[in-house]
Design a protein around this ligand. Structure first.
Ligand code: FAD
Ligand code: GLY
Length: 381
């Protein structure tokens, strides 16, 4: 009996999965990762609708750090989500290499957070105590031992915290690989087309104007998500990043330094980030942003002063009022947004959760913790 029910249910799932039309609003790392995860579970009619060019907003501007441990002091639901995603990365990277030939340059070489003055050292010492009390994987290093690990760091360093499980990835190669996966596997990508919901009706504005009535809608529009669903109250927090060239071999791992972080790339580029500014959708690089980041980078790693500054850009982190991701069902659509400072890190786990829920009906506590309906959004929704 139970076998018969399972067979009927499985048959329904297979036909739903292959026949249903899935429409994803937004072609950033979150929308692209969800498209891939749906496809890997058998979905065949998947469309990504992107206002501009896929992968060119926050997911392109990011630095690609995977830092669940450096960025927490307690083991809470958010930490568990971040750690779960970090643990998915080796398989995610290996599969994307196999599927697309693109190496997303995953490096799980650890991360260092450094202090250069007594106040900074006191802060790090307190953080170390709180993190070890919470069983977070962290090591305390003297200035001398920091310099053994990273000789290019300023000799003024007096204390370091080392997070051996943190790392980084080349996020631009990641979105390039996800786009390649989509193109190879018949996932339709419609670019330069903006989705609007007008009077409850799904509309697409752009050259590819077509009327659609999608069965399953997934909202992954990053910092713009509230234009579709105002109750989400997601807003942009601008981050500026600088890129230096010619730094091959200077650093082996991500460094959180004196007012900036530094992220080495395999080809010798070093990224320096980032500002955090509540200025709306103004995509600018400012004189003070560049100056403050460059000064902080040189104080942390003096050799940066002799490198060529190649590029500078800004992007918009999608920020929900409590700073946590928003993942779950809302008004007949699925929402995956609000990933704020950690969307690159959280892409694999978000995609797995959303695809498992949509295709297999698999529930997770995460849909409660990160629900769009959480108290926060009840007001004004
Ligand atoms: P996006 O990449 O912004 O994609 C959303 C897409 O939706 C866009 O392409 C947009 O054009 C499209 N869109 C919007 N509205 C519509 C519409 N109506 N119709 C169709 N398409 C629409 N995270 C980390 O994990 N590690 C880091 O080191 C890191 N560093 C960062 C540094 C900076 C400076 C910034 C800005 C962010 C950083 N982040 C980092 C955060 C990370 O980049 C984001 O959380 C993540 O990229 C969000 O992905 P997304 O797909 O939701 O958004
Ligand atoms: N996670 C790094 C940033 O958002 O700047």
């Amino acid at each position: 009996m139970s076998v018969a029910i399972t067979t009927v249910w499985a048959g329904y799932l297979i036909s739903f999965t292959t026949v249903a039309e899935f429409t994803i609003i937004g072609g950033g790392v979150i929308g692209l990762s969800i498209a891939r995860a749906l496809h890997k579970r058998g979905a065949r009619r998947i469309t990504i609708i992107e206002r501009g060019t896929c992968g060119r907003e926050a997911s392109w501007a990011a630095a690609g750090m995977l830092a669940p441990n450096a960025e927490t002091e307690a083991i809470d639901d958010f930490y568990r989500l971040c750690s779960a995603s970090n643990a998915l990365y080796p398989q995610f990277a290996a599969e994307l290499l196999e599927e697309t030939g693109i190496d997303i340059e995953l490096r799980q070489t650890g991360t260092l957070e450094l202090a250069f003055d007594p106040a900074g050292a006191e802060h790090l010492a307190g953080k170390y105590e709180r993190q070890t009390a919470s069983n977070i994987d962290v090591e305390r290093l003297s200035g001398e031992n920091v310099l053994r690990l990273e000789p290019a760091v300023s000799e003024d360093v007096i204390l370091g915290l080392h997070y051996p499980k943190d790392g980084h990835v080349e996020n631009r190669k990641l979105v390039t690989a996800l786009i390649a996966y989509a193109r190879k596997n018949g996932i339709e990508i419609i670019e330069n087309s903006e989705v609007r919901i007008e009077n409850g009706q799904f509309r697409i504005a752009g050259p590819d104007l077509s009327s659609r009535d999608p069965e399953v809608i997934i909202l992954a529009a990053g910092a713009w998500s509230s234009f579709i669903k105002p109750a989400l109250s997601v807003k942009p927090i601008r981050g500026q990043v600088l890129e230096f060239d010619g730094g091959k071999g200077v650093l082996s791992r991500v460094i959180y330094g004196a007012g900036a972080y530094l992220v080495p790339r395999a080809d010798g580029r070093i990224l320096v980030g980032a500002t955090s500014e509540d200025v709306g959708f103004v995509k600018e690089v400012t004189e003070s942003g560049v100056r403050d980041l460059a000064d902080a980078a040189v104080r942390t790693v003096p050799a940066i002063a002799d490198l060529k500054m190649n590029d500078a850009w800004s992007g918009f982190r999608p920020f929900a009022p409590d700073g946590l991701p928003v993942i779950g069902e809302m008004d007949g659509m699925f929402v995956a947004t609000g990933h704020y400072r950690n969307g690159i890190l959280l892409a694999p786990v978000t995609a797995e959760l959303v695809a498992d829920k949509i295709i297999n009906g698999t529930d997770s506590e995460c849909f409660r913790y990160f629900s769009p309906d959480r108290q926060l959004f009840a007001v004004g929704s």
